[in-house]
Design a protein around this ligand. Structure first.
Ligand SMILES: O=P(O)(O)O[C@@H]1[C@@H](OP(=O)(O)O)[C@H](OP(=O)(O)O)[C@H](O)[C@H](OP(=O)(O)O)[C@H]1OP(=O)(O)O
Ligand SMILES: Nc1ncnc2c1ncn2[C@@H]1O[C@H](COP(=O)(O)OP(=O)(O)OP(=O)(O)O)[C@@H](O)[C@H]1O
Length: 262
């Protein structure tokens, strides 16, 4: 039976993005400890049920690393906004970790118990380079007016891998397992890169374009021990609205100038 939450005081603000807000459970129910509730922010085209269905039916078959979640009923409004009456209940992936570094496209966490176990949260964006250069670097320059400090494509290149990992956090117990992991042929970035087809905005179906944009906006959480990366979880695989098509095309045209500068 679907769980129903009625008490807002058990949920404390945890984090948010452009389209969703997360609350952490702080009540007495031991089954809910270590869980977060993800609610849609207001004015979203897709409600929680549509987000859940898209994740399970369209993304999970492509990427079985996608986080498990459960649809729950939410009979209250937090901050008087949002909330379509439902939410996604999911594990808090960082509950045993403390944040040690934050950058726009990655975060590094270490286990709270002080052991040398780390968690890397990464938003890899566009993994297919173009003949003009790296789309992420061009986008960074265009959005932030400065050259990117880090390029995710370095994780897919044997010559740049070590330096890229060390630029995240230069600590042996962190870098060794992650370098070993990204050297593997079946690492999650190689898998995601293979799913990210080069988009042709003129000829691809709008459904395919939207799927491709979802695959360019997800986040990956990788947990390590001193020996190896043990667990990979993907979050934020929400459907994209076809109404963004014009702005996506406009962005790609505008970026042409920024490849030239790089
Ligand atoms: O356009 P981009 O590449 O800048 O991506 C947007 C993201 O910007 P970022 O690259 O992380 O700085 C942007 O992320 P931020 O909120 O800036 O962290 C959103 O993810 C946005 O998607 P949506 O509007 O929430 O559906 C993203 O928009 P979409 O392009 O995926 O529609
Ligand atoms: N299960 C989780 N456990 C811990 N932290 C999480 C979890 N899911 C998301 N987060 C954190 O909350 C932030 C916002 O979540 P999410 O990416 O789902 O929101 P969004 O609105 O879709 O973001 P965006 O603006 O990138 O589209 C993430 O950047 C991540 O740091």
């Amino acid at each position: 039976m679907i769980k129903t939450f009625i008490n807002p005081s058990e949920w404390v603000y945890f984090n948010r993005g452009n389209a969703n807000v997360l609350y952490e459970y702080r009540g007495d129910n031991t089954n809910l400890k270590g869980k977060v509730l993800r609610l849609r922010l207001k004015d979203q085209q897709f409600d929680t049920n549509a987000v859940y269905e898209f994740k399970e039916l369209k993304i999970k078959p492509l990427l079985d690393e996608v986080i498990d979640s459960e649809i729950v009923k939410v009979n209250f409004a937090i901050n008087s906004a949002l909330n379509d009456g439902y939410g996604l209940l999911m594990p808090n992936l960082v509950s045993n970790y403390q944040l040690i570094k934050t950058e726009k496209y990655y975060k590094v966490f270490q286990r709270k118990d002080g052991t040398e176990r780390f968690l890397l949260e990464l938003k890899p964006k566009w993994l297919q380079g173009t003949e003009k250069g790296c789309r992420n670097c061009a986008q960074h320059l265009s959005k932030h007016g400065e050259f990117a400090q880090f390029c995710v494509l370095g994780l897919l290149n044997e010559y740049f891998l070590e330096n890229t990992i060390k630029s995240f956090y230069d600590h042996e117990q962190f870098s060794e397992p992650f370098i070993k992991y990204f050297q593997k042929d079946n690492n999650i970035l190689k898998k995601l890169k293979n799913l990210q087809r080069i988009i042709n905005f003129d000829t691809d179906s709008i459904e395919e374009i939207c799927l491709q944009m979802t695959l360019r906006d997800l986040s990956i959480f990788l947990e390590s021990t001193p020996e190896s990366v043990k667990k990979v979880t993907i979050t934020d695989v929400d459907p994209k609205s076809p109404s963004k098509l014009t702005s996506w095309i406009r962005t790609e045209v505008a970026l042409n100038d920024y490849y030239n500068d790089h």
